[in-house]
Write a protein that binds this ligand. Structure first.
Ligand SMILES: Nc1ncnc2c1ncn2[C@@H]1O[C@H](COP(=O)(O)OP(=O)(O)OP(=O)(O)O)[C@@H](O)[C@H]1O
Ligand SMILES: [Mg+2]
Length: 276
């Protein structure tokens, strides 16, 4: 398989104005077409790193590369970069600014100069996929927090960026919307999109990601496949185990499961218990 790095942080360090060392020598290679999860406790630096990926923040030292080229911080280049790398912010109140849901989601494509008919079709499609069509005419400031979060996701997806970065996308979503989002992200991956998600949720990271980075105190303390991160003699930091893995290991220990293949989804665990 030919690996192509689409987005890369090279030895990136960043300090906020008050001297907080938010990033300290971050190296991260994001392969095209992969689903990447960035795990880490509050204050680890996940949001700060994401804001570097589309040029909102500039490294104090080190560099950010997009498709093998160092990103440039002039207006023209940043507009181009942001068309390709879309970020859904952690806090939707920072992102949303239009009156109604429809106006909000259509703003980006309108701004790109698409015909109104095409914009309407695009917005309707994404609202359908995210199950928010009924909120079309609702004022954004009356939405619940989770609804705002979904609209902010629609805002970015409607622009069809090549890399989609989502900062804590599931934090405020109910089970149903979380499942819809996971399905949508899987479809986008099938289309060849690259998806980067930050999360505190080890269960989500384990079942969803192709590759996981673990951050703490502005550094990457661990990286690998979900199996490498959560099984075996994990070097360094100990992480909370995903529930499915925990159950699998107990049942395997008690000889209830014989299968060596580790399940990542509930369905796979059930199959392993039934012995098929
Ligand atoms: N605007 C700011 N000014 C000063 N310090 C900041 C600012 N934003 C973040 N920080 C500090 O930078 C560090 C990294 O914060 P960041 O928001 O990137 O963490 P995070 O991993 O996204 O956390 P969370 O899981 O809570 O979203 C923290 O110590 C935080 O206090
Ligand atoms: Mg954050």
């Amino acid at each position: 398989m030919n690996m192509e790095t689409i987005l890369e942080a090279v030895n990136v360090s960043f300090e906020y104005a008050d001297g907080a060392k938010a990033l300290q020598g971050i190296n991260m290679k994001i392969e095209k077409g992969k689903k990447i999860a960035v795990l880490g406790p509050n204050g680890a630096g996940k949001t700060t790193l994401f804001l570097h990926f589309n040029g909102i923040l500039k490294p104090k030292s080190g560099k950010i590369m997009y498709k093998g080229k160092e990103i440039l911080y002039n207006r023209k280049e940043l507009i181009k970069l942001r068309k390709n790398v879309g970020i859904v912010f952690q806090n939707p109140d920072v992102q949303l600014f239009s009156a109604t849901v429809y106006q909000e989601i259509s703003f980006g494509p309108m701004n790109l100069g698409y015909e109104e008919k095409i914009v309407r079709a695009k917005v309707d499609e994404i609202m359908g996929k995210l199950n928010i069509s009924h909120l079309k005419d609702k004022p954004v400031h009356f939405l619940s927090y989770g609804q705002k979060k979904i609209v902010s996701i629609a805002d970015i997806l409607v622009m069809d960026p090549e890399v989609i970065i989502l900062d804590e996308p599931t934090a405020y979503l109910d089970v149903e919307h979380t499942e819809e989002l996971i399905k949508l992200l899987d479809d986008l991956k099938e289309e060849g999109k690259t998806i980067v998600v930050s999360t505190h949720d080890v269960d989500f990271a384990f079942l969803w990601a192709d590759y996981i980075y673990v951050m703490k105190d502005g550094k990457i303390i661990k990286e690998g496949t979900p199996y490498e991160i959560f099984t075996g003699d994990s070097k360094g930091e100990r992480l909370k185990k995903p529930l499915i893995l925990e159950i699998y290991e107990i049942l395997k220990d008690k000889n209830i499961i014989h299968k060596e293949e580790i399940p990542r989804k509930v369905e796979e665990l059930k199959k392993a218990i039934r012995g098929n």
